[in-house]
Design a protein around this ligand. Structure first.
Ligand code: ADP
Ligand code: MG
Length: 346
């Protein structure tokens, strides 16, 4: 047990006692830790400096593959879009830190502090005990409509804050970067049918604040690919006020629309348990994404409401000018449906 729990020691991180490994992306190791001076429990994201990094340790999850292609697509739509570099450059980390510093919202993981040693960068973050939405999808197979709404609305409010109030585009929205603040309470029995799922919700097991259970808060993490599309001082699109060229205004809209596409992928995946675009061949997959070729596959989608499908259709829309903005998303009827009321006993 000792050996299994042995945590690495990082020079420059003596103030924190590392407790557990929370996750590893391709670019970092994230640990659960405790600040020995205050006793505060935190997450520490350790990023090696200027070392070529290995490919994602988890291998190509279905969703990662789907999103990879999404990034290619956004590169195609917006030439300024860059893939995450193979090597961590200081400027990139500082940008991630600077963007996170300007952000304060219940839908977004907080950056507590940042430091660096000769070999590593350390981002001390608000601890998200519940881990990735990705793992919950794998565990539950899929989410009922009410639960999906509950999750995606929290993400949407975070995105709205980023897009509308901070002028930030995240550009890496996916279930691996959406985290639960505490371990969600999930049914003890595998939810074989959607009906079973919904019964559980009616008992208040999923919805926070009801019945003592719940899934808590979902927050957006990982600003490693994010970008500011506004001038932070004037709060206007980048470029001089009044002299902003149409392509800059368009660029801002196109950049934001990348997050909306990703939200469509996440919502689709929540509702049925598999991503909208997938193919064994990366070339075929790229082609499917570029054409926006996906279907509401039977029988998985048979019982899902027309309203949910309509919303997804407006997100997985190839033309970014036609794609819903965050405000259009939030105004859609599906987002404003209250969960079905508990039927009165007869
Ligand atoms: P990368 O840039 O390498 O993808 P992330 O910031 O996405 O780094 O972190 C990698 C993984 O670490 C996440 O997918 C998640 O599992 C875990 N993680 C990240 N931040 C936190 C946090 N604040 N609390 C708990 N786990 C986290
Ligand atoms: Mg990540």
């Amino acid at each position: 047990r000792e050996a299994k729990n042995k945590m690495p020691q990082y020079k420059g991180l003596e103030r924190f006692k590392l407790l557990d490994k929370m996750g590893d992306g391709a670019f970092s190791n994230v640990y659960k830790a405790v600040d020995t001076t205050s006793g505060q429990r935190v997450a520490v994201k350790v990023v090696p400096q200027d070392q070529p990094l290995t490919a994602d340790a988890r291998g190509p999850s279905l969703f990662s593959r789907c999103i990879c292609t999404l990034q290619d697509q956004s590169k195609h739509l917006n030439p300024q879009f860059k893939k995450r570099p193979r090597v961590t450059e200081r400027a990139n980390i500082l940008k991630e830190v600077q963007i996170m510093r300007g952000i304060s919202n219940p839908g977004i993981v907080k950056l507590i502090s940042f430091s660096e040693s000769e070999e590593h960068y350390f981002l001390v973050l608000e601890l998200m005990e519940g881990g990735e939405l990705f793992h919950q999808i794998v565990k539950l197979t899929y989410f009922s409509e009410n639960l999906s709404r509950h999750v995606i609305l929290q993400v949407a409010h975070g995105i709205r804050y980023l897009h509308e109030e901070r002028g930030v585009v995240h550009r890496d929205i996916k279930p691996e970067n959406l985290l639960f603040d505490r371990i969600p309470i999930i049914p003890s029995k595998h939810p074989v049918t959607r009906q079973y799922d919904e019964e559980k919700e009616d008992e208040g097991e999923f919805i926070p604040g009801v019945g003592g259970g719940g899934i808590g808060r979902v927050k957006i993490a990982d600003f490693g690919l994010s970008k500011v599309v506004w001038n932070e001082e004037t709060m206007t699109p980048c470029g001089t006020v009044g002299y902003t060229a149409p392509e800059i205004v368009k660029d801002e809209r196109y950049s934001k629309s990348v997050d909306m596409w990703a939200m469509g992928c996440v919502l689709y995946t929540l509702l049925c348990g598999f991503p909208p675009f997938y193919d064994e061949s990366i070339n075929v997959l790229t082609e499917k994404v570029a054409r926006g070729y996906y279907t509401f596959l039977s029988p998985w989608w048979d019982d899902i409401s027309a309203s949910a499908k309509d919303l997804i259709t407006h997100l997985l829309c190839v033309d970014p000018a036609q794609r819903y903005t965050i405000d259009e998303f939030l105004a859609h009827p599906w987002c404003n449906e209250a969960p079905a009321p508990i039927p009165a006993p007869t």
